[in-house]
Each structure stands twice: as C-alpha cells, then as structure tokens.
Design a protein around this ligand. Structure first.
Ligand code: 5GP
Length: 199
C-alpha cells in the first residue's frame, strides 16, 4: 500500500474528536477524505451506510478478520467490533487524498506503527473525566450503562496520550480547532489562511 498521508485523531468518546475531524474535512487545502470504518454495531439516528460507517453483522465482520481484510480492528466495546478495511485506505489513496481517521486509541497507535512516516497521530484530551460524563449525557445517544462503559474506557485511554505524536487539549473548542488545523497543515505541507494572514 502506498499513497498520501494518514492523519489519526484518537480520543476517549466525548472528547470532541469527531467535531475536530469534521472541521478539518471542510478545509480544501488539506485535501482530506474520511476513512469510513466497518462496524458491527447498529446504526444510530441519522447515520448513513457508507458515509458514517459500513454497518455489518458480527459474523460478516469476523469473516473480514479471517480474510486479513483489515488494516486494524478492535472490539472497542464488548461485542461491538470496529475496523479499518485496507480497501478503504487504498480507495482514498488511489483518489489522491490524504486520509483522516476518527478511531479509538489502540487502533490509532496500530496504524502509526504500520506507517510510521506517513502518519500523524493526534490525541484529543478532554478537560476531565467528569466533563466527559457531562458531554456524553448531553449527547444522550446512549443508555446510562453504555455511558458508564465509555467512561471506564476513557481513564485507560487517557494514559496512552504520551504515545501520540501530538496532544491537543480540547478545553476551548475554537482553540482546539485552530490548533488541529495548523498541525495537519504543517504535516501535509500546506499553509493555512490563518498563517498567511499573519505574515
Ligand atoms: P461510536 O460507536 O461512538 O461511533 O465509536 C466508538 C469508538 O470506536 C470511537 O472511539 C471511535 O473512534 C472508534 N472507532 C470507530 N471506527 C474505528 C475503527 O475503524 N477502528 C477502531 N480501532 N476504532 C474505531
């Protein structure tokens, strides 16, 4: 596999990484495309097949594991599998894009290990575990049980931050968005409007 750059945003659920990734995708100079993951969890609300995820049964997911179709995969929560299909990255690289990922910490580090030079791995840090709880409750897309599961996982994930290339503190969203934009622009070798205006 050969192509453009890989940009990974990993963080505990509720840290704001999805908001950051969406913001970056809107910046044309970064030439990014989103890596749509495969998952065995069911679709939530407005999520669309092939846009947010490739939804599949656990048995189909396991067949892909057997066929060695994944660049990485994780049982992120019990019985909920998530993974990056090799074909997805190949497709986006073939289209001349840099690929951006919104994936869990273990998966992010695995891709970094496979493509050390091509990858920028960014960890998004929430203000605190308590704040995470508040954000997840506000989002109200999951049951209390699922929220507690995500919080328990968050504490473990926070300890992996030093293994990433960069850590962004998401205490103030606008600042986090700008910081993420500059980091990715530097990595892919383009200038942002912000920087040009400062000159
Ligand atoms: P959610 O169910 O909220 O969409 O995602 C749960 C977690 O799985 C999030 O931390 C998300 O980033 C992660 N995730 C999504 N896709 C992948 C993937 O392809 N691989 C891995 N390892 N994690 C993923």
């Amino acid at each position: 596999m050969k192509g453009g750059k890989l940009i990974i945003f990993s963080a505990p659920s509720g840290s704001g990484k999805t908001t950051i990734v969406r913001h970056l995708l809107k910046q044309p100079e970064l030439n990014l495309a989103f890596s749509v993951s495969a998952t065995s969890r069911t679709s939530r609300g407005i999520e669309k097949e092939g846009e947010h995820y490739y939804f599949m049964s656990a048995s189909t997911f396991k067949k892909h594991i057997k066929n060695d179709d994944f660049l990485e995969w994780e049982e992120v929560y019990r019985d909920n599998f998530y993974g990056t299909l090799k074909s997805e990255v190949e497709r986006l690289w073939a289209a001349g894009k840099n690929v951006i990922f919104d994936i869990d910490v273990a998966g992010g580090l695995r891709i970094k290990k496979k493509f050390p030079k091509e990858t920028l791995a960014v960890f998004v840090k929430p203000p605190s575990v308590d704040e995470l709880k508040i954000r997840l409750k506000k989002r109200s897309t999951e049951s209390d049980d699922k929220i507690n599961m995500r919080i328990a996982k968050a504490s473990v994930e926070l300890a992996t931050a030093p293994q990433f290339d960069e850590v962004i503190k998401n205490y103030d969203l606008d600042m986090a968005l700008n910081e993420a934009h500059e980091l990715v622009a530097d990595f892919v070798g383009v200038e942002t409007k912000l920087k040009k205006n400062k000159k």
